[in-house]
Write a protein that binds this ligand. Sequence first.
Ligand code: IPM
Ligand code: MN
Length: 338
Amino acid sequence: MTKTFEIAVISGDGIGPEITTATSKVLEILSDKYSFSFRFKEILAGDRALKETGHALPSNAIDEIKKCSCCLKAPIGETARYVVLPLRQELNLFANIRPAKTIPGIPSIHSGVDLVIVRENTEGLYKKIDDISKECAINVRMITKEATERIMTVACKMAKERRKKLTIVHKANVMISCVFFRNVCLEIAKNYSEIDINEIYVDNAAYQLVINPQQFDTLVTTNMFGDILSDEAAGVTGSLGILPSSNLGQDIAMFEPVHGAAFDIEGKGIANPTAILLSCSMMLDWLGEKYSISDAKQAAKDLENSILKIYEETNIRTPDLGGKNTTNDFIRELLSIF
Ligand code: IPM
Ligand code: MN
């Protein structure tokens, strides 16, 4: 029997709706080729939701997403933090996986980079334990054993499947919460003797990412460090417009491009759909794993390889990469490759 994946879709703001429309077309066509299908459930969230309902994340959104297999989220505009952060925290999407890989055919300051940042996604400086007065403001950086153990476990499992090299990124020379993070990580590391595990201060990690990013395979770090380093990794591998990500929880996940709503090009039909499509590839892989459907894992590879082929073998480029092509040109080419 054909498996139907229920996907909660947040089409977001700015270029969000146009790249989401393009993406659902691709997913429909891809599902014709394989033995699964999709049912999309639109979830209103973001700037448009605020305007129409008075809430950036309407109260039923979380429950609606929980009823689905997973969520595909396009970028949100001004209200991003009121949507993304509650989604991550309330759905307990504790692992933010941000691969940064150079793509042959896309100019970048380095070649041959293939790394993944495993970012803790629920606490640290994002925990919202804060206070403000006229004279002072504080954010408490909370790091728990539970969250650190589970993010390190995810990172170790990923590193094991990759090049077996894992770097713990922290600032243990200054912050006691980082000493704690490092120690809990090293405790988990004892179960993974086959992985080469090292550690680095975050400032040095930022420097090394610029001068020698090829040395890294899997990096594990806390929430804010992961946020900053993943934008940097995008800059090093080419463009924020191509970076996908997943937010993984126990039994649910959310997939989203790392880039923002890009209001300056909204409605012009020239947005680069690469990041959201690569996020869909991660989604298909996750769905394949979750429901033991090898066809979905195959489709994930098919989608990724077809995108890479466009960059390697054609000159089709949207303006963010210096080209003159439209979103539809890119999609048309992609569909012709399938
Ligand atoms: C990201 C974004 C978010 C974050 C913002 C929009 C809340 O920058 O996904 O990296 O800080 O995590
Ligand atoms: Mn960010």
